[in-house]
Write a protein that binds this ligand. Structure first.
Ligand code: HEM
Length: 423
């Protein structure tokens, strides 16, 4: 194992601006050094906000950055005092828009509880076991497809391997016909690509795409309520909690959350994982030599290493404190999971990629616990391990051969393209 404690560049506290998109487009070592500096600084630092250029809403009052594992852990598990209902991303939107875009991730109890109880029916251990075979079939199909399509044994890993699996699984789960997959993929890219010039360029574009996806989902939900089939949309549309069913509008918003949350995150975990295994061949050898022994810890380490979701926000519902630092009612705190997952107070050698790392202390890539903990974590773990297992069996020397083209985002740690090769 490489004991990679990097020599990080020197960063001055007064030059840090987490709201500057240039920072998120900048070198990764500067990002690491910046968060280390923030973790090592007593108290909490407050940042001003910026918004999309043509957004119709003014910037909010700013936020405190939570960068230490302990602080993120405490806030995430105290949903009564640190709520999600006022928004789960940094900017403020009107309440209806929060729910339209965020669905349950931007709700508090009792609304959140009701919605989560219904949609959880699609994610029970029984459902995940049922999906396992489907995931295996898709992974076999994807690797078969690249072998056939690319006789030169080289392709864009993101597009042809990592993105295909989660997208097709969610679409399949939800009962979406394969002819619509490409359209769904385009919509999710635009919604999560906010800030990256390759994707959305205007606020209007973002809204237009979200609305199209919402309308598509509503129609799907209505259809499955009337004609239930063997898919999760039918399970959700016909489930009842306290005598109430999901409305087509609620389903529309949940669909946006699910497709967006389930696609980009898993895709990026698989891509960052493959990149890490290429850069740490001894770890790849270890994983591939005894996959069943190492798979569980390795997948967790890949999620820690990648931290595909960079942040979520909470808002204080009363005057309170985080680790002794006062926070006033209405103030925002942003949990930077990427930083918590590199916290040297919690993880030994946090900059070392170690697939045998203990499962305790817990990495926080799926959230740090509490009511919003990732609903799809078990599905994501299955997708990742099945994909790596298939790569190991069929193209064991598959490796990344290009430089990653990173997504410019303060929300998703994304890789847009990355060339891979195999023999
Ligand atoms: C490696 C892949 C994934 C990562 C890193 C990830 C990460 C996260 C994070 C950080 C949260 C917020 C947790 C919190 O606020 O406490 C979350 C919530 C959520 N995730 Fe995931 N996720 C992944 C895969 C998936 C998949 C595959 C699905 C579904 C198919 C999914 C569905 C959701 C949903 C519905 C929520 C909102 C839960 C709620 O508000 O109650 N995620 N995820």
């Amino acid at each position: 194992m490489t004991n990679a404690t990097p020599s990080l560049p020197e960063v001055q506290l007064d030059q840090i601006d987490l709201s500057d998109m240039e920072f998120w487009a900048g070198p990764r070592e500067v990002r690491e050094a910046t968060f280390k500096k923030l973790r090592d600084t007593d108290g909490l630092i407050h940042f001003e906000e910026r918004v999309l250029e043509d957004a119709p809403f003014p910037p909010g009052a700013g936020y405190y950055a939570l960068t230490r594992h302990e602080d993120i852990w405490a806030v995430s598990r105290n949903a009564k005092v640190f709520c999600s209902g006022q928004g789960s991303n940094i900017g403020d939107l009107p309440q209806e828009m929060n729910e339209f875009f965020g669905s349950m991730i931007s709700m508090d109890d009792p609304k959140h509880y009701r919605l989560r109880s219904i949609v959880s029916k699609g994610f029970t251990p029984k459902e995940i076991t049922r999906l396992h075979q489907l995931v295996v079939d898709k992974a076999v199909e994807i690797i078969g497809r690249i072998e056939e399509q690319f006789p030169e044994k080289s392709c864009d890993f993101v597009e042809h391997v990592a993105a295909a699996l989660p997208l097709e699984i969610i679409c399949d789960m939800m009962g979406i016909p394969s002819t619509d997959y490409a359209q769904i993929f385009k919509w999710t890219n635009t919604i999560l690509g906010v800030g990256d010039p390759d994707f959305v360029t205007s606020y209007d574009d973002l809204m237009a795409h979200a609305l199209e996806m919402f309308t598509y989902a509503q129609a799907l939900g209505e259809d499955r309520r009337a004609n239930p089939q063997d898919d999760i949309t039918s399970v959700m549309m016909n489930a009842e909690v306290d005598g109430e069913q999901l409305t087509p509008q609620e389903f529309g918003s949940f669909f946006i959350l699910l497709v967006v949350a389930g696609n980009e995150t898993t895709r990026n975990s698989i891509t960052h994982g493959m990149l890490a295994l290429t850069q740490h061949p001894e770890q790849r050898k270890l994983l591939y030599s005894d996959f069943d022994t190492h798979s569980k810890n390795a997948m967790e380490e890949i999620v820690r290493w990648a931290t595909p979701v960079i942040h979520f926000r909470r808002t204080a519902t009363e005057d309170t404190e985080v680790n002794g630092f006062p926070i006033k009612q209405g103030e925002k705190v942003v949990m930077f999971y990427n930083s918590g997952n590199r916290d040297e107070r919690v993880f030994e050698n946090p900059y070392t990629f170690d697939i045998t790392r203990d499962l305790q202390p817990t990495q926080i890539g799926f959230g740090a616990g509490g009511p919003h903990f990732c609903l799809g974590a078990n599905l994501a773990r299955v997708e990742m391990s099945v994909m790596f297992d298939e790569i190991r069996k069929r193209v064991p020397n598959m490796r990344m051969t290009g430089e990653p083209a990173y997504l410019q985002s303060n929300f998703i740690n994304g890789i847009k393209h990355l060339q891979c090769s195999w023999d």
